[in-house]
Every structure is written in structure tokens, then in C-alpha cells.
Design a protein. Structure first.
Length: 317
């Protein structure tokens, strides 16, 4: 399939029901040809996927969400890939804006599971030829995937909606965020505040040290995701206690697991800037949601370039 400008070929885009709301905006803004997948559920909760007709011989990009209940969504994605292969699609790429299990990219011992590596192998066995996501928790985790991975950055999108002050400090929430936060520090010529944390267990965090000027500074906390909100609450409380001015939070993926919305509701945060990579409802006026349609367009074009490049796929295999 060739795009409207008659230039580089673009793969057919297949949207799962979870991301069907992007269909109209993608057709209007990006001129992408999108079709919806049909997912039926039986009484015992098993799923069955049906492809649109006339896809035989075509490369396709399947867009799907891997959000809670994550295991159900993973199984649906595997079924979608299987259905595409059985429908005769020549090559299959998947785009998942948030990649589940991305935080399980390394094992501390040799007798524990490695969730991301297993997910990568499952996608490979199902028939995935390439994958794209947004702001992978640890960019080095692409090593677990036996296929090409496109890791898109939301920096340009989010930074275009951010209004900095002349007394800005960028808060580095942990050591793993240095590369991500450095972009913001450089772009807005801001000071940096570094949080040193200790995690005694999953979803538990202790802040053991803070390096940088907080008093009287407008602080913006940069992270790839907000999960339970527990760590963020501790960071915000500490910044407020040390005399920070405005406090803003910027994150790509708002998982908001469990009671996260209640946890964050009464915090002294002036604004939250997030994307709709994960769609959330019932957010108060402090939350500004940025649409990821431009990143979807990028993902489809980059995945299409891979799918139509025989030499690239041969080298990657």
C-alpha cells in the first residue's frame, strides 16, 4: 500500500478494540488507512480474533494496548498476531504505546523469572517481525527482543506543552532517569535535583538523599510512568517540605494503579502533564493529557520502513 503522497509504502494499520478511539484522528491527521480488529469473548472468557478481509500478502501493523488486566491484553495480542499470520499477511509488526513487563528486564538471581524476556520470546514465536513502543522503561532492554524494536521518545511532544519558569529545577527521580531528564535540563537550561532512592521491595521506595537546590525553585518531576503514585507522593512531599515553589509532574504513561488517583489527589502538585498512551478517566483539572497521534504516525512509518526492507529483516533475524 502507498500513502497519499505516492512516496514510501505504508503498511495497513489494524486497531484493536482497546485503541479504536484513535481511528478517526489518525485518518484525519496522519492520513493512515486503519481498520478495526474484531475480538469476541466466549462465556468462559476465552477470546477469539477475526481479521478484516483481503489482507493476504500485505504487511500489517497491529496497534494494541497492554494495560490492566495486562495478561488478558497480552493473550489478545498473541491471538491478533496469529490471526494475521493465518490470514496470509506477509509481515506483522506490533505497536504497543506502553510495553507491559518493561520493568522486569533483569533478574537479581538465577532462580527468578524474567518477564520481559519471556514476553519478547512469546511475540517472536507468535510471528512478530518488528515492535514499536513509547519511552521504554530501560532502553537497553531491547536486547531481549529477537526482532527490531523502535523505541519512540515523547520528549518533543510533551515539551511542546510545557511552560517553564526562569527558576526551574528538573527533578531526577532515580538513577535510571538520567538520560530522560537530561533532555529536559538541557532544553530549558534548568538546574537539576537528584533523588537517591532505595527499593526494599516491589512498589516500595525510600528516599535516602536529595542533591540539588530546592528552596524557592519551581520543580518539575520527570518520569516515564506513574504507577501506584506512592514514590511520587514521597518525592512531592519532600520537595514541598524543602520549600519548593510550583511543583509539576510530567510522565508518559499514567498507569494510576490501585488507589493512585486518591493518593495523588491532595498532593501540593500544580499540574500533571501526561499522554493518552494509557487512557484514564476521572482526572481533575490539574491533569493535562497530550494526544499521542503524532507518535503513532511515526511508529507506523518506521515500522513500515522495516517491514518493506527485506535486507534489514534478514540482518535482524
Amino acid at each position: 500500500m502507498v500513502n497519499a503522497q505516492g512516496k514510501k509504502p505504508i503498511a495497513q494499520v489494524l486497531l484493536s478494540p482497546q485503541v479504536a478511539y484513535f481511528k478517526t484522528v489518525l485518518r484525519r491527521q496522519a492520513a493512515l488507512c486503519c481498520q478495526l480488529l474484531t475480538v469476541n469473548r466466549f462465556a468462559d472468557q476465552e477470546c477469539h480474533v477475526q481479521m478484516p478481509p483481503d489482507l493476504s500478502g500485505q504487511p500489517v501493523v497491529i496497534m494494541h494496548a497492554l494495560t490492566p488486566p495486562v495478561h488478558d491484553d497480552i493473550m489478545q495480542l498473541l491471538l491478533m498476531v496469529d490471526a494475521a499470520k493465518r490470514a496470509g499477511c506477509s509481515r506483522v509488526a506490533v505497536f504497543v504505546p506502553y510495553l507491559a513487563y518493561a520493568r522486569q528486564d533483569r533478574a537479581e538471581t538465577d532462580h527468578e523469572s524474567l518477564g520481559l524476556a519471556l514476553l519478547a520470546q512469546m511475540l517472536h514465536v507468535a510471528g512478530v517481525d518488528a515492535l514499536a513502543t513509547i519511552d521504554l522503561h530501560n532502553p537497553a532492554a531491547v536486547k531481549h527482543f529477537p526482532m527490531p524494536v523502535v523505541n519512540l521518545s515523547s520528549f518533543a511532544l510533551l515539551s511542546s506543552h510545557f511552560q517553564p519558569s526562569d527558576r526551574l529545577s528538573v527533578v531526577y527521580p532515580d538513577g535510571g532517569s538520567f538520560a530522560r531528564c537530561r533532555q529536559w535540563t538541557s532544553q530549558f537550561k534548568a538546574d537539576k535535583v537528584v533523588m537517591h532512592k532505595h527499593r526494599p521491595a516491589a512498589n516500595q521506595c525510600e528516599i535516602v538523599d536529595v542533591v540539588g537546590q530546592v528552596q524557592g525553585r519551581d520543580c518539575v518531576i520527570i518520569d516515564d510512568m506513574i504507577d501506584t503514585g506512592g514514590t511520587l507522593a514521597k518525592v512531592v512531599t519532600l520537595l514541598h517540605a524543602r520549600g519548593a515553589g510550583r511543583i509539576q509532574v510530567i510522565a508518559t504513561h499514567a498507569l494510576l494503579s490501585g488507589s493512585a488517583i486518591e493518593t495523588l489527589r491532595d498532593l501540593p502538585v500544580d499540574s500533571f502533564l501526561i499522554t493518552n498512551a494509557i487512557v484514564q478517566a476521572n482526572l481533575d483539572a490539574r491533569w493535562q493529557v497530550v494526544d499521542i497521534s503524532p507518535l503513532i504516525d511515526q511508529a507506523v512509518h518506521q515500522l513500515s520502513a522495516i517491514l518493506f526492507d527485506d535486507d534489514y529483516l534478514r540482518r535482524a533475524s
